[in-house]
Ligand binder design. Structure first.
Ligand SMILES: O=C(O)c1ccccc1NCC(=O)[C@H](O)[C@H](O)COP(=O)(O)O
Length: 259
C-alpha cells in the first residue's frame, strides 16, 4: 500500500466522523457559506503566480515547522505578494486543520486553497463554510467522472478547481470546466521530484490552460526554469516553511527572482 492509498483510507474514516459532528444544513447556514469567493485564476494571471503554502509536516519530509503561526504567515505571504495561499487541512499526515482557514479568512484578501484529499461531497461544503476559495482535486485519487461531478459541485458553490495530475494517463481527468491544472513535480508514490517530467506533461495540455507547477521547487533556478517553460503558477511550501519565518523567506525569494 503506498502513502496515497493510506491517506485516502484514513480520509474516508475522517469524513465519516466529520459527518457525525456537523450536519450539511449547519454548514450551509454558516457565515461564510454565502460569501463571494476570490478567483485564484485571476490572481495568478495578474500577480507573482506564487501560491505559498502553509504546511507543518508532510509524509515525505516529516516535521517541517511546528511553531509557525498560520495567521502571521498568511498575512506576510499576502503582504509580500503571494497570488494565493494554500492551507493544508489534513491533520493525520500534514498536521493541518480546517480551522486554520477559518482563522485567516477575515484577515486576508487573497484566495485560499483548501489543500486536502477531496473524496466526498461533504468536504466541498466544509471548504466553502470555512472560507476557502479553491479546492484541489487529485487525479490519481479520483475517476474522471468524479472529477467532472466534483467540478460541477465546486462551481455551484462558487469554488474554483485546481486539478492535480502527474502522469500522461491522468490527462484523461481534464475537462474544459477545470479552472487551473497543477502538475505535481513530485511522484506521490515514491516522492521523486522531476521538473522536466512536468514540463513534458505541460506541453500536452491545451495552450490556454493555466498551468501550476507544484512541489519540489527548492531554488530560484528551479522557479526560473519552470517559468521559462511556460508555467503560470507555482505552488511552494517547504522552501518557505523550513524557515523560522516563512514570510521573510518568501519576501527574500521574491526579491531574488525580480533581480
Ligand atoms: O509533500 C508530501 O510529502 C506529500 C505526500 C503525499 C501527498 C501529498 C504531499 N504533498 C502535498 C503537496 O501537494 C505539497 O505540499 C505542495 O505541492 C507543496 O510542495 P513543497 O513545495 O514541496 O512543499
Amino acid at each position: 500500500m503506498n502513502i496515497l492509498d493510506k491517506i485516502i483510507d484514513q480520509k474516508k474514516v475522517e469524513v465519516d466522523e466529520a459527518k457525525k459532528k456537523i450536519f450539511l444544513t449547519e454548514l450551509k447556514d454558516s457565515k461564510f457559506f454565502q460569501r463571494n469567493t476570490i478567483s485564484l485564476k485571476e490572481s495568478v494571471k495578474s500577480g507573482s503566480g506564487i501560491i505559498s503554502e502553509f504546511k507543518r509536516q508532510s509524509p515525505s519530509k516529516g516535521v517541517i515547522n511546528e511553531k509557525a503561526d498560520v495567521l502571521e504567515v498568511a498575512k506576510s505571504y499576502q503582504k509580500f505578494g503571494a497570488s494565493g495561499i494554500s492551507i493544508l487541512t489534513d491533520s493525520e499526515f500534514f498536521g493541518g486543520k480546517l480551522e486554520d482557514i477559518l482563522k485567516v479568512r477575515n484577515e486576508i484578501s487573497i484566495p485560499i486553497l483548501r489543500k486536502d484529499f477531496m473524496i466526498d461531497e461533504f468536504q466541498f461544503y466544509e471548504a466553502k463554510a470555512n472560507g476557502a476559495d479553491v479546492i484541489l482535486l487529485i487525479a490519481s485519487c479520483l475517476s474522471p467522472n468524479q472529477v467532472q461531478e466534483f467540478t460541477d459541485l465546486s462551481h455551484e458553490l462558487g469554488l474554483e478547481v485546481l486539478l492535480e495530475i502527474h502522469t500522461e494517463d491522468e490527462l484523461q481527468h481534464f475537462n474544459k470546466n477545470i479552472d487551473l491544472v497543477g502538475i505535481n513535480n513530485r511522484n506521490l508514490k515514491d516522492f521523486k521530484v522531476d521538473l522536466q517530467h512536468s514540463v513534458n506533461l505541460k506541453n500536452l495540455l491545451p495552450k490556454e490552460v493555466l498551468a501550476v507547477a507544484e512541489s519540489g521547487i527548492y531554488s530560484v533556478e528551479d522557479f526560473k526554469f519552470l517559468k521559462e517553460k511556460g508555467f503560470d503558477g507555482f505552488l511552494m511550501g517547504e522552501y518557505f516553511m523550513r524557515n523560522e519565518n516563512p514570510g521573510v523567506a518568501f519576501e527574500e525569494f521574491l526579491n531574488t527572482i525580480k533581480n
